[in-house]
Design a protein around this ligand. Structure first.
Ligand SMILES: *Cc1c(COP(=O)(O)O)cnc(C)c1O
Length: 341
C-alpha cells in the first residue's frame, strides 16, 4: 500500500473519485450479491424512479486514521439503522444492516491509500445511497433499486480555526409536519437549494428553518442539527418530529451527560428565546460542531455572548471530547469505534 500523495490539509470538501466503490442491485424482491467496481458511472433507464419521482435516500459517515495508525469508522451501525428507516418511509427495500457494515469495511479497505493520515485533519468521507433504478411512469414505488457506496477524501472542515457562522431565519420551510424531514432523503435537499442560494447571496452562511406549522420554533439548518448552551452551561436540544436525527448530535448529548457531567434537555425551542442562550452550534458529520455567532431574523440580530471570533467554551469542550473519542486519544464508549484495518 502507498498513500496517495495529496495535500491533505488543502483538499477541501469536493468529490474526488477514488479507486473502488460498492454496488448491489435489488430485483425480483431481493438484494443480489454486492460487488466492488472501479466504474464510477451509473447507467440507468431513462424512466428510472429516481429520475422521475426522486425515490432516493443516502447516508454520510467518515473513516479516519487514529493515533495508533488504525483505520476506523465512527458508529456506522447508526447510519445503517437510519438508512433502513429512510428506506421504509420512501417505500424502498431496506438494505440489511450487517451487509451495510461489511460494505463500509470493504469500501474503506479497497481505498485505504485514500484515507488521510492521522493529524492531517482530513478524513475519508463515505457516501452510501440507494435509488429506484427500475422504470416507473405511473406514480408508484419502483420494483428495482440500486445500493451504492463510494468514498472521497475531504480536507479539514475548519482551516485555521473554527470561525463562528452567521445564520438567517429562512422564509422557506424545510420539512412539513408529518412529512419527510426526519429521513435522510435527497428530496429534502433539492427543495432547500433555493433557500440556500438565497441565504448565501444575502451574505449568510446557513438558514435557520422554523417549524412550518407555527413558524415560532427552531428546527435545524439544511444539513445540521442545533445544539444550544444556556447561561448555566447546560445543553438544550430542539425537539421536533421533523428534525433529522443527527448521529453527531446524539453522540454529543451522550458526551455532555457522561463525560462532561452537563444536563441535557430536549424540548421545543422558541425563536423568541434564542437571545437567552450563551452559545449555539451546528452538529453534523462534516464539521462535528460549527459554532454559531449570530442569527439574523429579518433585521433583528441575535448575537450569542460567545462572539464572532471563536467557539464558546462549552461548545469547544464538547468538540474536543468527541473528536478525541473519534481519533482514539480519549476512550470511546463501548461499540462506538469500528476498527477496519
Ligand atoms: C445528515 C444530516 C444531519 C447531520 O447528521 P449526522 O448524522 O450528524 O451527520 C443533520 N440534518 C440533516 C437535515 C441531515 O441530512
Amino acid at each position: 500500500m502507498s498513500k496517495k500523495d495529496l495535500d491533505w490539509a488543502n483538499i477541501g470538501f469536493t468529490y474526488m473519485p477514488t479507486d473502488m466503490r460498492y454496488v448491489a442491485n435489488y430485483k425480483d424482491g431481493e438484494w443480489g450479491e454486492g460487488t466492488m467496481t472501479a466504474d464510477s458511472n451509473v447507467v440507468i433507464n431513462e424512466c428510472a424512479g429516481i429520475l422521475q419521482y426522486c425515490q432516493e435516500c443516502f447516508e454520510g459517515l467518515k473513516a479516519y486514521t487514529t493515533e495508533d495508525g488504525s483505520i476506523v469508522t465512527f458508529r456506522p451501525d447508526l447510519n445503517a439503522d437510519r438508512m433502513i428507516d429512510s428506506a421504509k418511509r420512501l417505500e424502498m427495500p431496506a438494505f440489511p444492516k450487517e451487509r451495510f457494515l461489511e460494505a463500509v469495511d470493504e469500501v474503506v479497505k479497497a481505498n485505504a491509500d485514500w484515507v488521510p493520515p492521522f493529524g492531517s485533519g482530513a478524513t475519508l468521507y463515505i457516501r452510501p445511497y440507494m435509488f429506484a433504478s427500475g422504470p416507473v411512469i405511473g406514480v408508484k414505488p419502483s420494483d428495482e433499486y440500486q445500493f451504492r457506496m463510494f468514498c472521497t477524501p475531504v480536507g479539514p472542515y475548519f482551516k485555521g480555526g473554527a470561525k463562528p457562522l452567521t445564520l438567517c431565519v429562512s422564509d422557506f420551510d424545510r420539512a412539513a409536519p408529518h412529512g419527510t424531514g426526519h429521513v435522510k432523503a435527497g428530496l429534502n435537499y433539492a427543495m432547500s437549494l433555493h433557500a440556500n442560494v438565497t441565504a448565501h447571496a444575502a451574505g449568510y452562511d446557513e438558514n435557520v428553518f422554523l417549524d412550518p406549522a407555527t413558524r415560532t420554533y427552531v428546527e435545524e439548518t439544511g444539513g445540521a442539527n442545533f445544539l444550544f448552551v444556556d447561561k448555566e452551561g447546560n445543553i438544550v436540544i430542539p425537539k421536533s418530529d421533523s428534525i433529522l436525527p443527527s448521529i453527531t448530535r446524539r453522540s454529543l448529548v451522550y458526551v455532555a451527560e457522561h463525560y462532561l457531567g452537563l444536563k441535557v434537555t430536549e424540548r421545543k425551542v422558541a425563536l423568541a428565546e434564542l437571545g437567552d442562550f450563551a452559545e449555539a452550534g451546528l452538529c453534523g458529520t462534516a464539521a462535528v460542531i460549527s459554532p454559531v455567532g449570530k442569527i439574523v431574523n429579518h433585521g433583528e440580530e441575535i448575537c450569542f455572548p460567545s462572539g464572532m471570533d471563536e467557539m464558546g467554551p462549552v461548545t469547544k469542550k464538547l468538540y474536543e471530547t468527541l473528536t478525541g473519542i473519534q481519533m482514539g486519544t480519549i476512550e470511546a464508549p463501548e461499540g462506538w469505534i469500528r476498527k477496519i484495518v
